[in-house]
Design a binder for this molecule. Structure first.
Ligand code: FAD
Length: 445
């Protein structure tokens, strides 16, 4: 250990390699504590050092030394992932990409950015030039584009543009982990093995991201007497392709009571929306038709200034719930578009403390009733029982209580991923253990 560490310190400038306990502890964690299971399993994993390169040349030096001494590398953006994606399971180096963060420009609606660019900055940059990001997570202010593509799935904008797999990641520049690191350029379908792969098959250094023309967004909270009605309302909006929208997020009471910075009506389900200014009149017709009440309306001038409604959606909902009750945890569920009402009724009758939180979104251009329902953690047996019951009635669960890529839900096509990993990471150093190489090799044969 001392040899490779001394070499790193020797070749890299000051303020690049951190070995103090505080840094090692801080940058070895992400938001896995949303899961009591992961909290138990991952809390003791700590890197030997944190390395924060500022240039491509420095990045190459780190990768070269890691390859030479076969040191594990776990890439990290901002560490906001929920499943321990950027937790170093085998020590070694946490490679912090946050200083490789330049936005290189926009051409023909495609933004080119370094992997460590934060998505909030990218969105502001895009909007200044008449564009906006198609999809970003509710953590956009801190999350990096590299981290979102390698560890995220969808978010604000998914109601129109789908998930990270849906074609807006156009081109990637990837570094290999070899004594002489190569830079690989991938585009088209070749980007797929790098999407939601937990950084296991290469270090993404630069991304080309397709944008959408800028829209002026208004934020609305519409209250309903019950959750099913709120979800029917949300679905009516989702199906209306002429209504410009970026967010349709539906919450059963008492979830709205967790959102302490905003005041929402008591005992009511709520639908949180971002709708284009031009769609306001159309939206109000739906509000009347479904007998909703406008609980909150925020004009376009306040968009992205201070707290916004998206700060209560996606996995931010879990964050607010956990502020009220640290025992609260969550699932990631996809209900059937045909039988969601029946599925929800079965689950509510058997598990009354399962609280419904739905994010309407598209995946491969198909509308899905997905969400992150909340539940108080009792023990692993209860958690497994809820998951199994969901699956038994056709509710797909992407389990957020596992750190293994292949068990956590949708992962890239494994055969292709393993092929790419073998070429880019011949010593198997990238994010070790997250991807079970042997088991997958058997399956891939
Ligand atoms: P990190 O957590 O640092 O990394 C994520 C993964 O990507 C890791 O496996 C890491 O090794 C890998 N990685 C990072 N950079 C690179 C790189 N340059 N090359 C190769 N691999 C790399 N997720 C969503 O999808 N949608 C949401 O709306 C959403 N909301 C959230 C809300 C809260 C409150 C929290 C805590 C999490 C939420 N997440 C959400 C999860 C997470 O915030 C996002 O996925 C985010 O985009 C991750 O970005 P990051 O920079 O923090 O990545």
């Amino acid at each position: 250990k001392t040899e490779w560490l001394s070499k790193l310190k020797q070749v890299l400038p000051g303020e690049t390699v951190f070995t103090d306990t505080h840094s090692r502890m801080k940058f070895s964690r992400d938001y896995f504590h949303f899961s009591p299971v992961l909290e138990r399993e991952l809390s003791s994993c700590v890197a030997d050092c944190i390395v924060r390169p500022h240039t491509d040349a420095e990045l190459d030096m780190v990768l070269s030394i890691a390859a030479e001494y076969e040191v594990p590398i776990t890439v990290r953006g901002s560490g906001t992932g929920n499943y321990g994606q950027s937790v170093p399971m085998c020590g070694g180096i946490v490679l912090d990409m946050s200083s490789l963060d330049q936005i290189l420009g926009i051409e023909n609606g495609i933004m080119v950015a370094r992997a460590g660019a934060r998505m909030g900055r990218m969105e502001r940059f895009a909007r200044r030039h008449g564009w906006e990001l198609r999809v970003y997570p509710s953590t956009f202010r801190t999350a990096t584009i590299g981290g979102f593509v390698a560890g995220g799935s969808g978010g604000i904008g998914s109601i129109k543009w789908g998930t990270v797999w849906d074609g807006w990641v156009r081109k990637l520049k990837v570094k290999t982990v070899e004594s002489q690191p190569r830079t690989v350029l991938v585009e088209g379908d070749e980007v797929i093995p790098y999407i939601h792969n937990y950084g296991t098959s290469g270090v993404v250094s630069e991304l080309h991201i397709a944008l959408a023309p800028k829209v002026e967004w208004e934020q609305w909270a519409i209250a309903f007497s019950d959750f099913i009605l709120a979800l029917r309302f949300g679905l009516a909006l989702a199906h209306d392709e002429a209504l410009p929208k970026r967010l349709v997020s539906i919450h059963e009471w008492p979830i709205p009571s967790y959102f302490s910075p905003i005041r929402l009506p008591r005992d009511r389900a709520v639908c949180l929306l971002e709708v284009g200014t031009e769609g306001a009149e159309r939206l109000l017709k739906y509000v009347n038709e479904f007998r909703g009440d406008i609980a909150l309306h925020i004009g376009p001038e306040a968009y992205h200034r201070g707290t916004g409604l998206s700060d209560f959606t996606w996995n931010h909902t879990t964050l607010w719930a956990r502020k009220q009750d640290p025992n609260m945890t969550y699932l990631q569920a996809q209900f059937s578009i045909q039988t969601w009402e029946n599925q929800i009724q079965i689950l509510k009758s058997e598990f009354p403390d399962l609280l419904m939180h739905i994010e309407l979104m598209k995946s491969q251009d198909v509308l899905t009733v997905s969400g992150l329902p909340l539940l108080p953690y009792k023990d692993d047996v209860h958690l497994d029982a809820v998951i199994q019951r969901c699956e038994s009635i056709g509710v797909f669960i992407a389990n957020p209580h596992t750190w293994r890529l292949e068990y956590g839900g949708r992962s890239p096509e494994k055969k292709k991923l393993l092929e790419v990993k073998r070429m880019n990471d011949p010593f198997g150093l990238l994010n070790p253990l997250k991807l079970n190489i042997e088991e997958n090799a058997e399956q891939a044969v």
